[in-house]
Design a protein. Structure first.
Length: 344
C-alpha cells in the first residue's frame, strides 16, 4: 500500500522540492494539495498530477485521510498547519523556520511527542556530505576543543523581490529567520545542539527601505519591515563562542557567503566545501579538502524524513531541535530589539 501524502501550501518550495521528491517514490502518492487561491491550486494540481485540491484543510483531512503531510505555507502559518496535521495523526515535514514564536515550536514538539508522530524540519544544509565528513572528524577529535565558530549567511544585494520576505508579521523577521537559521542549524548540529548561555545581537535596517531593486528582483521599500542585516555573539554553556553574521543586503565584497567555520585548539574546519586545516612547524597544512560542496542537500533531507516514516532510524532535524533553534532565534531578536544581552 502506498502512503498517502498531502501538501499544505502549494507554492514554489512545495513544487520544486516536496512534490518533486515524493513523485520519485513508488511507495508514496501525493493525494491532495491545500492552499488559499483556488485558481493557482487548480493549476498546481494539474501540473503535478495531484488528483485533488482544497481551500479548506479540515475538509481535506476528512476526505483524504493522509498519513504524511508536508507543510510549505508561509512562516506565520507553520504552527497552525503543523498542529492540525499532528491532530490528524499525520507524520509531518515542515519547512523552516519551525515557527515564528519559540512557544509555538515548543507546542509543536510536545504535540508530536504526545501523539507519537514524526515531526521534522527542512534544515537541509546539514544533510550535505560536507557536514557529515566534518562532523565525523570532529567526533574523532581531529579539531580538538572547538572554542570559536563563525556562522555566515550573507547576501550583498539579495533582498527577495517575491513572496513575503519583507513582511514582518508573515515572515517573523528578515535574514536571520530566513537564511541565518539555516547555517545556525548546521553549526549547532555538528556541535550536537549544545546549551546556549547568553546572546548579544544588533540588527540594522539601512538599505531595504531606501533601494527597490537587487539581484533577486524588485520590492516595495515602503513595505520593507524587517532587518536587512544582523550580527550576534552566542555564548555556549561549554565556553564556546559563535559569531553569527547574516544579511539580505550588506555592502560586503562577496555576492553571497553561506558557510560555517569551526576553530579548535588542534585544527580548524570550513564547511562548504569541507576543508580541515592546521599547521606544523610553521607550515600551513591541509588535512582534508573537498573541491566542491555537495549540492544535493534538499532531496537527502526529505528522503531522511520519508525513511523515518517507513521505520528507519535515520538522522532528522527533529521537533526538539526545532524548539531549541526557535528559542535561540527569538532570543537573538529580543537582544537586538532591547539592545541588551539575553540569558537563556
Ligand atoms: N528549505 C529552504 O531552503 C526553503 C526555501 C524556500 C522556502 N522555504 C520555506 O517554505 C515556506 C514557503 O515558501 P515558498 O517560497 O514556497 O512560498 P510561496 O509563497 O511560493 O508558497 C506558499 C504557498 O502557501 C499558500 N498559503 C498561504 N497561506 C496558507 C494557509 N494558511 N494554508 C495553506 N496554504 C497557504 C500560498 O497561497 C502559497 O501557494 C516558507 O516557510 C519558507 O521559509 C524554505
Amino acid at each position: 500500500m502506498k502512503k498517502r501524502v498531502a501538501i499544505i501550501g502549494g507554492g514554489q518550495i512545495a513544487e520544486k522540492v516536496h512534490v518533486a521528491y515524493y513523485k520519485t517514490r513508488e511507495d508514496l502518492e501525493v493525494v491532495a494539495v491545500v492552499g488559499v487561491n483556488e485558481e493557482s491550486l487548480r493549476s498546481f494540481a494539474e501540473r503535478n498530477n495531484i488528483p485533488n485540491y482544497y481551500t479548506d484543510a479540515t475538509e481535506m483531512y476528512a476526505k483524504e485521510s493522509p498519513e504524511i503531510v508536508s507543510v510549505c505555507t508561509p512562516n506565520k502559518y507553520h504552527f497552525e498547519s503543523v498542529m492540525q496535521a499532528l491532530e490528524n495523526n499525520c507524520d509531518v515535514f515542515c519547512e523552516k523556520p519551525p515557527a515564528i514564536l519559540a512557544e509555538d515550536a515548543r507546542k509543536m514538539y510536545e504535540t508530536a511527542l504526545a501523539k507519537g508522530r514524526i515531526l521534522a524540519y527542512d534544515f537541509h544544509h546539514r544533510f550535505a556530505d560536507d557536514v557529515s565528513i566534518v562532523k565525523e572528524n570532529i567526533e574523532q577529535g581531529l579539531l580538538g576543543d572547538i572554542y570559536f565558530v563563525k556562522v555566515k549567511a550573507l547576501r550583498r544585494n539579495g533582498i527577495p523581490g517575491w513572496g513575503n520576505f519583507t513582511n514582518k508579521v508573515i515572515q517573523g523577521g528578515g535574514p536571520l529567520i530566513d537564511l541565518g537559521i539555516h547555517m545556525l542549524d548546521t553549526a549547532l548540529y555538528v556541535l550536537d545542539y549544545p546549551k546556549v548561555k547568553k546572546v548579544t545581537a544588533k540588527m540594522f535596517k539601512k538599505i531595504g527601505h531606501k533601494k527597490d531593486e537587487g539581484a533577486f528582483g524588485k520590492w516595495d521599500p515602503s513595505k520593507f519591515e524587517v532587518e536587512d542585516s544582523l550580527f550576534s555573539y552566542i555564548e555556549l554553556e561549554n565556553g564556546c563562542l559563535i559569531q553569527l553574521e547574516t544579511s539580505f543586503a550588506l555592502n560586503i565584497k562577496e555576492k553571497s557567503e553561506m558557510n560555517v567555520e569551526l576553530c579548535g585548539d588542534q585544527a580548524g574546519a570550513s564547511m562548504f566545501p569541507a576543508e580541515i586545516y592546521t599547521d606544523e612547524k610553521g607550515e600551513l597544512v591541509t588535512l582534508l579538502k573537498r573541491e566542491e560542496a555537495d549540492p544535493d542537500r534538499h532531496s537527502k533531507s526529505i528522503a531522511a524524513f520519508v525513511d523515518r516514516c517507513l521505520g528507519k532510524n535515520v538522522m532528522l532535524a527533529d521537533g526538539k531541535q526545532g524548539y531549541a533553534i526557535q528559542q535561540l532565534v527569538e532570543a537573538i531578536y529580543q537582544s537586538a530589539e532591547k539592545g541588551e544581552s539575553i540569558s537563556l
